[in-house]
Design a protein around this ligand. Structure first.
Ligand code: OGA
Ligand code: MN
Length: 287
């Protein structure tokens, strides 16, 4: 097994392992590298739902990843609900997975719940000829490079993370429309967080749209969020995954955010997706 750091300030390829059959010793090494790297890619993997689920659960207890807009009744029919589908494929008039072919906004997975998932894993089964790349942004670098005055303002702030929309801007089942970010359903999390296992400091933003800085007037919150977002997702803090069939990428939601580019809806993209439950809310960093 070899670790090949990405050409970026974070992330690494791990080569020479088949994840369907991995020793405890190799897993322990992978886990350590993952904590430092934030994003790991394993190419040329042959995983089915069971082996994807088994590998994912070595990172911790799994939870249901978002299953697009399926109903509770449909979810009950899914044989392996810990493995979700991200896809634009439509069968019998129904999308088989979430996120369609559209661009997603920058986001951190499920930041709108009290205890957002620690890790998300995405495995490529079918990929379009072009488009649909996923870019990751290192939020440790983003924090470090915020202007000091902004860092000082952010240090004690909390953002409310909108639960009503998904990352392509679609309203989730069971929510009703609103215009004012103050009205958005969701939970508060600190903007400046520390990683529970490494103590690394990072900026934690979720999504821009319908975010709201607790305690400010709406216009002040909007202006300050715009200012912060101007400084993040700089190319020097980012790395882009161009998917090949058999790629498995795992990311740490406490250190990175991500965004997927759109692709032609005439092309098929099929990804399998798992996520690891957290038992704690994001932790505020003090300094
Ligand atoms: C996700 C996600 C990006 C992609 O699964 O959380 O944002 O590349 N997916 O499909
Ligand atoms: Mn996501």
């Amino acid at each position: 097994m070899q670790v090949k750091p990405f050409d970026a300030p974070f992330g690494a390829d791990i080569v020479g392992v088949q994840l369907a059959d991995i020793s405890d010793e190799n897993f322990a090494a992978i886990y350590e590298v993952w904590l430092g790297a934030g994003v790991l890619r394993f190419r040329d993997q042959e995983l089915d739902d069971d082996t994807l689920k088994a590998f994912s659960s070595r990172f911790g207890e799994l939870e249901y990843a978002p299953h697009g807009n399926v109903t509770a009744a449909q979810l009950a029919e899914i044989p392996n609900p810990y493995v979700a589908t991200i896809s634009n494929i439509v069968e019998n008039g129904q999308p088989i997975g979430g996120l369609s072919n559209l661009e997603t906004s920058w986001h951190t997975d499920m930041s709108y719940i009290e205890q957002p998932p620690t890790a998300s894993l995405l495995y490529a089964v079918e990929v379009p000829a072009s488009g649909g790349d996923t870019t990751f942004c290192c939020m440790r670098s983003a924090w470090r490079e915020l202007p000091p005055s902004l860092r000082e303002r952010c240090a004690t702030m909390q953002i409310k993370h909108d639960a009503a929309h998904d990352s392509i801007g679609k309203m989730r089942r069971g929510h009703s429309p609103f215009d004012d970010a103050k009205e958005a359903p969701g939970v508060l999390h600190p903007v400046f967080i520390k990683h529970p296992e490494t103590d690394d400091r990072a900026l934690y933003l979720g999504r821009r749209k319908f975010a709201y800085i607790d305690g400010l007037a709406l216009d002040e919150s909007e202006a300050l969020l715009d200012k912060i977002w101007q400084h993040v997702a700089k190319p020097t803090h980012c790395w882009t995954q161009q998917w090949r069939v058999g790629d498995l990428v795992i990311w740490d939601n406490r250190i990175v955010m991500h965004q997927r580019a759109s692709f032609a809806d005439s092309q098929r993209r099929l990804m399998r997706r798992t996520q690891v439950r957290s038992r704690q809310a994001p932790i505020a960093a003090v300094s």
